[in-house]
Design a protein around this ligand. Sequence first.
Ligand code: DGJ
Length: 386
Amino acid sequence: MMKRIYMMVGWCLSSMCLAGTSDGIVPGTVWPDDNGVHINAHGGGILFHEGTYYWFGEHKIEGAAGNRAQVGVHVYASKDLCKWTDRGVALSVDDDPDSEITKGCILERPKVVYNAKTGKFVMWFHLEHLGAKPQPYSTARSAVAVADHVAGPYRFLHSLRAMPTIWPENFPAELRNRFDAPDSYYTSSASWQEKAETHQRGLAVNTCFHAGQMSRDQTVFVDDDGTAYHIAASEHNATLHIRELDTTYTTYSGRYIRVFPGRFHEAPAVFKRKGKYYMVTSGCTGWAPNAARSMVADSMMGEWRELGNPCKGINPRNGLGAEKTFGGQSTFVLPVQGRQDAYIAMFDLWQPKNAIDGRYVWLPVEFEGDSFFIHWKDEWNLGVFD
Ligand code: DGJ
């Protein structure tokens, strides 16, 4: 009985929120857009531009086929973060089988930033070519699309492996040009410990030195001085790379660092508060949830210090707590405009068997000294920031 009442309350709040009569957020439920259709913007990020929030994310279709890009990147617009208007497909996949973004490729975690110098909107995403060998995630490239208008259409510009023939700034000289790995590393019986140690020594940095470094899960962060950074899971997901972009934001500047070698972080989301830089990430367990992680630094280019799992509480809709990030995986942290210290942590609740049904968990970020926390809330509104 309680469960039924709870579900009805949840449904009511959710439809109030997104039908435009309230400003509530109900994590993990169906979030209808202005057409009454569940928002289709997974692995997404939000750009605030001229008074409006634009939410870009992976457009998924029904079934497991939705784990590949069949449509492209969808964009929604909102003034209040609750009522979202469907603005259509911002970047379309291509019907041309020779295109890098041909239908059926893997196009994940799109993030859009605005370049005030060029007047262009720049979208970065993780790209896996259709038919990638030896396995679907071996392309490991970043890709860039640009537009003259915030909602698009975005035009595919290029894909990149990062900074060929350039060493990370914090990669010790004694590890350069070394390829030592235990035989077990190349077998399926390699333990996580063996993999971690092999990557701490920088095997993948060395093997990718000429072709350029790998990128999988990724985000982009623009600092107050206009410098932009691409943060990506590299080295077969073993190590995060933080890479400075050039002034056009469409390619790299040549500077990058490795963060937590061999620690296997995915799903990076970066934000800045009171001069400090923070990151939320996850571990690496495919579509299945694991415990979120967090870290802090005085500069984007390090040193980064790990803080632990910022999540607290339990999601009663699926029974999952902090050790499984409420069933979700981080994708973005949004600074709320016009409010001090107001940040929303955004997570995806993936549904790999029916990708279009992936849900969104948005929760307020709370601060304690240099650390931050994300408490579960059944429903909430922007008043929590007052
Ligand atoms: C976890 C990543 O965070 C997702 O973006 C996606 O790449 C899945 N892994 C694929 O298993």
